[in-house]
Design a protein around this ligand. Structure first.
Ligand SMILES: Nc1ncnc2c1ncn2[C@@H]1O[C@H](COP(=O)(O)OP(=O)(O)OP(=O)(O)O)[C@@H](O)[C@H]1O
Length: 428
């Protein structure tokens, strides 16, 4: 039976919708039947409302089990879960799951339902009326960057892996839950699609401020997406729970260092976004511009290269002067196709990768619908990397200085304390 009252516009008392909710795990433990050891052993963790927390750790350490206990897909053996202060450890799990979005690696879409029906599933169970569901489906498709007109009636088998994941995220968010759990949601897609999906999740999170708990094997993904990262070791013991910067610059122990792996300086590039560096403009023309106009653009300026945009303003090809000579009246044969692009939410690491594989040493920056917004080139990236490393070096020096001061202070306090102790005894 559908619930009659529930609606995101009319939250129940104590319930915060539209934005995130706090999650508290208290001594959370799972012992699977027949296993001598618990798979998750006494986890204590506080996740703030609106933050993205990433669980990383070696295979089998208990990441998924911990995650699935939050929406009780796996029942805890003992311990407590509180969401926004409310103890949900024994709440009806079906009711609980309507408040918690869940996205998984294989997207989990129902193959016999259209995209729209998949997205509408939880709102339907919540008893929303048809018009509201229809509006919400359109809104969700738009939110995850899929054209509602094109994708509404499609079946999942007619979507690419990346599109399926987008629909999976749209479905998880449809009832506007304050919490979103994501279990390796981008694990099965190719690296370029994965980068784009990550960028989109960052953009979504800027708009929505959900509380997201995200499981991954990939430390680079954790750095890119997490406000905080929980590095877990066996039985979900927390090795370190901190910001990506702190984990990269001050790993708590050898286990964390080993997990961070080599190349911390390169990983540092994952902490800066393309939107934070200088984006330059290049001359552009569109496929509808007459060839003669394009010739004139070259002729009228000293430029050697123009970016050709498609009808929707998306980067399509790089055109050089010589290409036009060979075009023989048609742009179809001219130029070098744009293979990769980045958004402003992409990391410098993504941008560097794209620039390194691009013969021209630059990558086009695109907006939400893939439209051209500018270009980042090798020189900008190199300058930014130098600035970042220099800033890190100064931070490390300041940190070292603070530590030394604290040590000196402590020595003084101890010396004074032992002197003070004597006088204390004398007073007693
Ligand atoms: N249904 C189950 N019955 C018994 N043991 C289980 C079950 N599910 C998981 N486990 C065990 O619990 C431990 C933690 O598993 P879990 O799937 O949570 O780890 P994980 O860190 O998410 O692993 P991976 O990164 O490989 O997905 C593993 O040792 C696993 O073998």
């Amino acid at each position: 039976m559908p619930e009659t009252s529930a609606s995101p516009a009319s939250p129940e008392p104590g319930e915060v919708l539209h934005t995130g909710a706090t999650i508290e795990l208290e001594n959370l433990t799972k012992r699977y039947p027949g296993s001598p050891q618990p798979s998750v052993d006494c986890v204590n963790m506080e996740i703030r409302a609106g933050e993205t927390v990433i669980f990383v750790g070696p295979s089998g350490c208990g990441k998924s089990t911990t995650l699935k206990m939050i929406n009780r897909l796996i029942e805890p053996t003992s311990g407590r879960i509180r969401i926004n202060g409310e103890d949900v450890t024994h709440m009806d799990p079906v009711r609980l799951r309507r408040k918690i979005g869940y996205a998984i690696q294989s997207s989990g879409l129902f193959p016999h339902m259209t995209v729209a029906q998949n997205i509408a599933q939880v709102p339907r169970m919540l008893g929303w009326n048809k018009a509201r569901i229809r509006d919400r489906v359109e809104e969700m498709l738009d939110l995850v960057g899929l054209d509602p007109g094109e994708f509404h009636g499609r079946y999942p088998r007619r979507l690419s892996g990346g599109q399926q994941q987008r629909v999976g995220v749209a479905r998880a968010l449809a009832a506007d839950p304050p919490v979103l759990l994501m279990d390796e949601p981008f694990g099965a897609v190719d690296p370029i699609t994965r980068d784009h999906l990550q960028d989109e999740l960052i953009r979504l999170q800027h708009e929505l401020h959900k509380t997201i708990v995200f499981v991954t094997h990939d430390f680079d993904e954790a750095i890119k997406l997490g406000d905080r990262i929980a590095v877990l070791r066996e039985r979900s013991h927390i090795a370190q729970f901190d910001t990506p910067e702190a984990i990269l610059t001050n790993p708590a122990d050898d286990f964390v260092s080993g997990f961070v792996g080599a190349g911390a300086a390169l990983k540092r590039l994952n902490l800066t976004r393309v939107g934070e560096v200088e984006i330059t403009d290049v001359p552009t023309v569109t496929v509808d511009d007459p060839l003669q106009n394009i010739f004139n653009r070259f002729r009228g300026s000293g430029i050697n290269e123009i970016l050709l945009l498609d009808r929707r303003g998306r980067p399509y090809k790089w055109l050089r002067r010589g290409d036009l000579m060979r075009a023989r009246g048609s742009l179809a044969r001219a130029g070098t196709p744009v293979v990769d692009t980045v958004t402003r939410d992409a990391t410098l690491h993504d941008a560097l990768e794209a620039v390194l594989t691009d013969a021209g040493g630059r990558v086009a920056v695109t907006g939400r619908r893939g439209q051209y917004e500018g270009v980042v080139d090798m020189e900008t990236l190199m300058n930014s990397v130098h600035e970042l490393l220099e800033a890190d070096r100064l931070d490390a020096l300041a940190h070292q200085h603070d530590l030394e001061e604290a040590r000196t202070q402590q020595t003084h306090t101890e010396q004074e304390g032992s002197a003070g102790g004597d006088s204390g005894e004398a007073r007693a």
